[in-house]
Design a protein around this ligand. Structure first.
Ligand SMILES: Nc1ncnc2c1ncn2[C@@H]1O[C@H](COP(=O)(O)OP(=O)(O)OP(=O)(O)O)[C@@H](O)[C@H]1O
Ligand SMILES: [Mg+2]
Length: 448
């Protein structure tokens, strides 16, 4: 089995697999300066799929599902079946590559086009009044719909969509070249089945994601345009791709790939390792922005912040581009509003802690990137206070139809409106912030 790898519409090299040995060999015309992240030799050999490719695969049951459906037995072959690949990578069989017309792409610079790419000037809440013309078989595919595929920690099911603003429709994108993708909600996790012990109840996850992506935007972080659309009892999520500029594509790497690690390690590395890796590629100013995002994540209780939920993006789509910067932020939500995921403040250890992260932990973490301790102190205070001062307005802005959505709390029929869940979350968060991050204002410490 041989797979032909294309990037930025250029044939780069071949992947092959024989008796468990995976080999990637560059095409003779590719200069060493254009070699991939983690594949630095002309010929590279490993017993596991190289992280740059492995991190493009869906995880767990979704991966097994694709393998079973297509009778796949090798590690590399599954790359041929990926529908929504990051950036500009493409994978072909020998037959298909021969038919392909490859041509060099126009070059663009990410910074110059960033505002246009992000297009994030929407008003919160951005509830799309579009008709959804996507089949249930795509929204909730057989074999996935009732399985545990879609979860906070798993790799959520998603696909490319066409957002037609003239006819106000959202439809499935067969070409996979559109600038938007959708995460549909999971029927499995939105159904309340208290007697099924291994089923978590995670309703309104995508309202949650839209709310916290919007909060991040308003805190000054770069995030792409995103919105939600109602469908039956819950909402699907739509997001603009930051790795596309019209027809052109640009690449980014998740931090885990930059660490040369595979996806099973995404919760296992520490936040310090994340910062130390980023430090090798980005400016001091950008590192401070990344650190500020980590503080923001602790403040909101983003328990799913792991090493694949942060990325660096190349400065341009040139094949030999090496310069990188922070990519826009994505996949932001709070895990604190769900019973099974409420413990963690963040997904990776900050000085040995993922819950009850303290100001001193963040100060300690900041030492590894040489940020001034007063600046860190200020960042923590400003971020916490902005959350305390503004979060309630986000709840108020939600329409009654969302505020009133039922959130089940007991098998005896107990439920409360989603608005009450968010208000309770806010109250608990404020209490935690005073206890852990704003120590000097803590009523206990006044008496100590
Ligand atoms: N708007 C975007 N444009 C381009 N690439 C994106 C965008 N959002 C996410 N990605 C890429 O796709 C990957 C998966 O997206 P995302 O993190 O939103 O999915 P997920 O299934 O919720 O992940 P998780 O495994 O964390 O649950 C990201 O790690 C990132 O590399
Ligand atoms: Mg993610």
């Amino acid at each position: 089995m041989k797979i032909f790898v294309v990037k930025n519409k250029q044939f780069i090299g071949t992947l092959s697999e024989e008796i468990g040995k995976i080999r990637f060999v560059y095409n003779d015309e590719i200069p060493a300066g254009s070699y991939f992240q983690g594949l630095k030799e002309k010929e590279n050999i490993s017993s596991n799929l190289f992280p740059i490719f492995e991190n493009m695969l869906p995880e767990f049951e979704q991966l097994n599902f694709i393998k079973a459906q297509n009778n796949i037995s090798t590690q590399i072959e599954v790359l041929l079946y990926l529908t929504d690949i990051h950036g500009s990578y493409e994978f072909y069989t020998q037959n298909d590559i021969e038919k392909l017309e490859l041509q060099k792409q126009n070059i663009f610079n990410f910074i110059d086009t960033k505002e246009e790419i992000l297009d994030n000037n929407y008003t919160f809440p951005n509830i799309l009044d579009y008709s959804l013309s996507i089949d249930d078989s795509i929204l909730y595919p057989n074999g996935l719909a009732n399985s545990k595929v879609i979860g906070l920690s798993g790799y959520q099911y998603k696909f490319s969509i066409i957002k037609d603003d003239i006819n106000k429709t959202i439809s499935y994108d067969e070409t996979k070249n559109s600038n938007y993708f959708m995460k549909p909600y999971s029927k499995f996790y939105t159904s309340y089945m208290p007697n099924e012990k291994d089923r978590s109840y995670i309703p309104y996850l995508l309202i949650n994601e839209h709310l916290f992506m919007s909060l991040a935007r308003d805190f000054g972080f770069s995030v792409p345009y995103n919105g939600i659309i109602k469908h039956d009892s819950d909402y699907h999520y739509i997001i603009k791709r930051f790795d596309r500029y019209g027809e052109l594509k640009i690449d980014h790497h998740e931090i885990l790939t930059l660490m040369n690690k595979n996806s099973d390690q995404k919760y296992k590395v520490s936040m310090r390792e994340v910062l130390e890796t980023a430090k090798m590629y980005i400016s001091k100013e950008q590192l401070v922005e990344l650190f500020r995002f980590i503080v923001f994540s602790v403040v909101i209780g983003h328990g799913d912040l792991h090493a694949k939920n942060l990325s660096l993006i190349y400065s341009s789509n040139k094949l030999d581009e090496r310069a990188m910067q922070l990519s826009p932020f994505y996949d932001i939500s709070t895990t604190k509003i769900y019973k099974d995921t409420k413990k963690n403040d963040v997904g990776l250890k900050i000085e040995n802690r993922t819950s009850k992260v303290k100001k001193t932990d963040l100060l300690q973490l900041a030492l590894c990137i040489d940020i001034d301790q007063n600046l860190v102190d200020n960042l923590i205070e400003l971020t916490s206070k902005q959350f305390i001062d503004t979060f309630q307005t986000y709840i108020e802005k939600l329409p009654d139809s969302i505020k009133a959505l039922p959130y089940h709390t007991s098998k005896y029929g107990g439920q409360k409106p989603f608005e009450a869940v968010l208000k309770e979350y806010y109250k608990n968060r404020v209490e935690d912030l005073y206890n852990n991050l704003l120590e000097k204002f803590n009523s206990h410490s006044i008496w100590e």
